[in-house]
Structure formats: structure tokens, C-alpha cells
Design a protein around this ligand. Structure first.
Ligand code: NAP
Length: 278
């Protein structure tokens, strides 16, 4: 069997033991009758440049890249997508048949495809969006909202300086606000997204003036452990349509799978069950 008939991919990071990606991708390989495997590889920062060069020689179609290598990877591939460049990080490397390596960030597509799936009535013309957080995930979400056509994206973050850098990179459709201004602007926000790690197992809940949420707003949390966060519960009580973060995880994985194996995998109940099963 030649390299290219065996569908090999994986995730490199440190640590990677917690990753749900092997279960998700191996399920899809099996579901589509593709021979191959997706494996988790814990590597050191020192070995990273060598590993990223060697994997295609071993038959890998590509890899996901996770903490702490998402930024570093941009310096070790031949081509960086526009999305990965503006986000400043990539989570997927594709080894092309012509021998070049390409890095993209599929979180952006993952976020918006999940919104399209779960809140099909939401439309970018409905009104402005609020993104809470200014890390790598915030950048991916903001990028997708701007590309989708949302006119203005408001951003608030604990560390103002990080949000200022983000606003400089994205231009004047992104507006910074202080947390204290949320009470005033929340009623006009038609999409509200938590991109911080607040609300994750072991972290405090994210508190905003929930009673100021517009019931017509779509509210999304990209945290997926737990799947139903306090933030989503409060928004749901307020009458908002809510979208959890597990779908984003599956949609970003689907995009990577399609890149490597040229198959768009199903995001069905079976893969949700597999992704939830820790
Ligand atoms: P990151 O770059 O480290 O950014 C973390 C963000 O959370 C920053 O805005 C940070 O604010 C904020 N934050 C952290 N602790 C805080 C606290 N105690 N109080 C207030 N703000 C706090 O991380 P990331 O890569 O953007 O990931 C953020 C979250 O998104 C993680 O939970 C991750 O698991 C999740 N995620 C989900 C998906 C998905 O597919 N569903 C994809 C990517 C990421 P400062 O700037 O002030 O530190």
C-alpha cells in the first residue's frame, strides 16, 4: 500500500492527552470506509521544527496543531492562509501533493458553520455582535463574523491592551468597549459570544448583566466543557437562542478532515455522542 492510500493524520501538541480529536477523526475514517488512523503525538518545542518537516515523509496528509504550537507553526510551513495570518495562529497543517505545506485556522469556519447549523434564522444584517475575550479563539470568531458581513463587532476583554492590539489588526469595524459599558449596549447586540475560558470546568462563571440581553439575540459560548455553561443557561432564561461550543469543535474538525481526505464528514448525533464521551 502506498503512503497516499493510507489516510494518516494526527494532532501535535503538549499536552495532547485531553484531545477529543482522535476519537472524532477515527470515527469519521471508519464511517467513510477509509483505511487510516488519526493519532495524538506529544512532542517537545525543541523537536517541533523537525517533526513538522518529517511527518509528510512518513505519509501524513496533515496534522492539527494545538497548545503550545499554534503560533510557532506559522514559521515552519511554506504557505499561511489569510485567515491564519490575521488570527496569528493555525490549528491545521495540510501536506499537499506538490510537496508544499499549508497552514490554516479552521476555528473561524468552525464557529460560523456551527451558527449556520444551529441558528439558521440568524443573519448578519440583524445587528451588531459582541465578542467577550481577545485571545486566539476571539480572533477566529471575529474574523468569521466580519467575513459573514456583520457590520460592527464590539469587543471587551479583561486585559485592555490585548484587545487594543486585536482592534488595530482588524480595523474600524471592530470597536473596543469596557466591561462597565455592557449594561448600555447589550440590548442592541444581536449576537453575543463568550470566547474566554470563563465557565469551563474549574473556572469561575462569566457574569454579564444577563437581564440586558435582547431576547432576539443569538448567544453562543465556545467553551464546551461543560456543554451547557452557566452563561448559556442564563441567556436561555432571558429568551435568547443559544448555541454551545461542541458544534464549533466538530465543525472545525470537519474542515480539517475535508482538507486532508477530500471528504466532508457528517456532523450527526453519533459524532456528538463520541465527542461528548470523555
Ligand atoms: P487564550 O488565547 O489563552 O485567551 C483566553 C481568553 O480568556 C482571553 O481573552 C483572557 O483574557 C480570557 N480569560 C482567561 N481567564 C480569565 C479570567 N479569569 N477572567 C477574565 N477573562 C479571562 O485562549 P483561546 O485559545 O482564545 O481559548 C479560549 C477558550 O475557547 C478556551 O476555553 C478554549 O477551550 C475555547 N476554544 C473552543 C473552541 C471550540 O472549538 N469550541 C476552539 C478554540 C478555543 P486576558 O487577555 O485578560 O488574559
Amino acid at each position: 500500500m502506498s503512503h497516499r492510500n493510507f489516510n494518516l493524520a494526527g494532532v501535535i501538541g503538549n499536552p495532547v492527552g485531553h484531545s477529543r480529536s482522535p476519537k472524532i477523526h477515527n470515527h469519521w475514517l471508519h464511517q467513510h470506509g477509509l483505511s487510516g488512523s488519526y493519532i495524538a503525538m506529544e512532542i517537545s518545542a525543541e523537536d517541533f521544527p523537525q517533526v513538522i518537516k518529517t511527518l509528510p515523509k512518513m505519509g501524513f496528509r496533515g496534522v492539527n496543531v494545538t497548545i503550545p504550537f499554534k503560533e510557532l507553526v506559522l514559521q515552519h510551513v511554506d504557505i499561511v492562509s489569510d485567515t491564519a495570518a490575521i488570527i496569528g495562529a493555525a490549528n491545521t497543517v495540510i501536506y499537499r501533493k506538490n510537496g508544499t505545506s499549508y497552514a490554516d485556522n479552521t476555528d473561524s469556519a468552525g464557529f460560523i458553520n456551527n451558527i449556520r447549523d444551529m441558528a439558521p434564522d440568524w443573519h448578519p444584517d440583524r445587528g451588531p455582535a459582541l465578542v467577550i475575550g481577545a485571545g486566539g479563539a476571539a480572533r477566529a470568531v471575529i474574523q468569521s463574523l466580519l467575513w459573514e458581513g456583520v457590520a460592527t463587532v464590539f469587543v471587551t476583554n479583561r486585559t485592555r491592551q490585548r484587545a487594543e492590539m486585536l482592534a488595530t489588526d482588524f480595523g474600524n469595524r471592530v470597536k473596543l468597549i469596557n466591561f462597565s459599558e455592557l449594561t448600555g449596549i447589550l440590548p442592541t447586540m444581536m449576537m453575543v459570544v463568550n470566547t474566554t475560558s470563563m465557565g469551563m470546568h474549574g473556572m469561575p462563571d462569566l457574569m454579564i448583566p444577563f437581564d440586558r440581553l435582547n431576547p432576539r439575540a443569538v448567544v453562543s459560548d465556545i467553551v464546551y466543557t461543560p456543554r451547557e455553561t452557566h452563561f448559556l443557561r442564563k441567556a436561555h432564561k432571558q429568551g435568547c437562542e443559544v448555541v454551545d461550543g461542541l458544534g464549533m469543535l466538530l465543525h472545525q474538525a470537519a474542515r480539517s478532515f475535508d482538507y486532508w481526505f477530500d471528504v466532508k464528514p457528517e456532523i450527526d448525533d453519533a459524532v456528538y455522542t463520541i465527542a461528548m464521551d470523555t
